[in-house]
Design a protein around this ligand. Structure first.
Ligand code: HEM
Length: 454
């Protein structure tokens, strides 16, 4: 499956072959898992997960791709199963006691405290920041007028979005410091130690802790000073996420360390995920030039000029369907897991206390039992069509569903619309590498496309 995808086929010919992950062929032992997963978790996910809806993995692992089982485990009988130790070991040092890893009452309190921040009524404020970044990204591509690494430029853009909405308006903090701090921080999260994957106790030192102490400490310090400074000089009317965060904390206080944990959780969960979705979305459109023209026409009709506004987003249903199809084929959260804390039987499969339940979203979204032409891009797959619950879960499901899902969809719509309106993308001669999976799924290297003014 390492076929390199290049030129797109004109309409009417066979659909172009898209780059896909290299999943594991043959039996995977626990030792294979420990040896290989640190570099790329895809290398230990069995290829059979693409053609079967349930598979028993090594030791206590299960791979679940059956929509009813997925729903029952995430939103039904298994909804209280905690995040897997495996996840905790990978990102725990970075996001501490933030929402993504808390459990029980601690998690409930944080989820309730932060839910209003992500509420739909706050999205218009955030959209104006996203639109500014979108225009800058389009300017960048037009200036480049030739080959560009869209994976890198998308990261720069979503990093700018995060520093605008979460660390903004603070003259004492240099934007470049924020970006550099965040880049080092997410590089750290992306690197998984073998010990983490094996779940060795915390007292066994990890090489990455030596490497990472500094970026984590300095980003935490930066986040803390940004919160404190803004608390001292608040805007009358909330202008960004930080204002909203401080407003939420005023009515329901938490200690500053937990707030810092959560700010970093939002960086960790929200920057690379969105960036990579943009990069894959542009790649898919370079592979399907006729769809790209159709989307450009839709955006131009909806928003001929000026910043893309929140109110205009519902008038671009094809673009939304494209983004959903991008998240089907290249889901940034390509795998997540739970540890069973009691025994449950669902559709004749018994998950025992202590078992590790893997949700290989990548395989679920491309499973040939569930999807017609599973590996083929179809922009209209999500236009006026709903799928059974549990079959499409780019943001998870149940109580732990992604709190940033609407934030992410809004950001993706605005950035994609701003760019597509003014820039045309086509494939270059540079091969695109298969995606790899660490904390999130990311491109296996650069994605070099040709960009020109449209
Ligand atoms: C395309 C973008 C994104 C994707 C694909 C994505 C995917 C996911 C998935 C699959 C989960 C559930 C994991 C599980 O059940 O174990 C999750 C949880 C979470 N996401 Fe996202 N996410 C995205 C963007 C964001 C953004 C922008 C933010 C915040 C600014 C965010 C914050 C979170 C948080 C805090 C959680 C944990 C929620 C909880 O445990 O209660 N995500 N995300």
């Amino acid at each position: 499956m390492t076929a390199t995808a290049r030129a797109a086929a004109p309409r009417g010919l066979v659909a172009p072959k898209l780059i896909a992950a290299d999943l594991a062929v043959g039996k995977i032992t626990l030792l294979d898992f420990a040896k290989k997963a640190g570099r790329n978790i895809f290398s230990v996910i069995p290829q059979e997960t693409l053609t079967q809806t349930y598979l028993k993995g090594p030791a206590k692992m299960h791979y679940v791709c059956d929509p009813e089982m997925v729903t029952e485990l995430l939103a039904g009988a298994g909804r209280r199963f905690p995040k897997s130790d495996f996840t905790r070991n990978v990102i725990g040092a970075a996001v501490g006691n933030g929402m993504i890893l808390s459990e029980g009452q601690k998690w409930r309190e944080q989820r309730q405290r932060y839910a209003p921040l992500f509420a739909a009524r706050n999205l218009p404020v955030l959209t104006s920041h996203f639109a500014e970044t979108g225009e800058e990204l389009a300017d960048f591509f037009i200036r480049a007028d030739g080959e560009v690494d869209v994976a890198d430029s998308a990261q720069e853009a979503t990093l700018t979005d995060i520093s605008r909405v979460m660390f903004s308006g603070n003259e004492a903090v240099d934007k470049r410091d924020v970006r550099e701090g965040m880049r080092r921080f997410t590089d750290y999260i992306g690197y998984m130690s073998l010990f983490d994957l094996m779940g060795l106790p915390k007292w066994v030192p990890r090489k990455k802790w030596l490497k990472s102490k500094e970026p984590i400490r300095s980003l935490r310090q930066l986040a803390r000073s940004v919160i404190e400074m803004r608390q001292a000089a608040r805007h009358e009317v909330p202008e960004d996420f930080l204002d909203l965060l401080i407003e939420a904390l005023e009515s329901d206080r938490e200690d500053i360390d937990t707030t810092v944990d959560n700010l970093l959780t939002f960086v960790a969960a929200g920057y690379e995920t969105s960036a990579n979705t943009i990069a894959w979305g542009l790649y898919l459109l370079a592979m399907h030039p006729e769809v790209q023209e159709e989307l450009r026409a839709e955006v131009r009709q909806a928003c001929p000029e000026g910043p893309i506004t929140f109110e205009r987003l519902p008038t671009m249903p094809k673009l939304l369907s494209h983004i959903r199809e991008t998240l089907r084929l290249y889901p940034a959260g390509a795998l997540f897991a739970r540890d069973a804390t009691e025994t449950v039987t669902i559709k004749d499969v018994t998950f025992r206390k202590g078992d590790v339940i893997m949700f290989p979203v990548y395989s679920l979204h491309r499973n040939s039992v569930l999807w017609e032409d599973a590996d083929t891009y179809r922009m209209d797959r999500f236009l006026d069509r709903k799928y059974p619950r549990g079959q499409y879960i780019p943001f998870g499901d149940g109580p732990r569903i992604c709190i940033g899902a609407q934030y992410a969809e809004t950001e993706l719509m605005v950035l994609m619309a701003s760019v597509l309106r003014r820039v045309r993308f086509s494939m270059s001669d540079h091969p695109v590498q298969p995606p790899i999976l660490t904390f999130t799924m990311r491109p296996g290297g650069q994605i070099i496309l040709r960009a020109e003014r449209a």
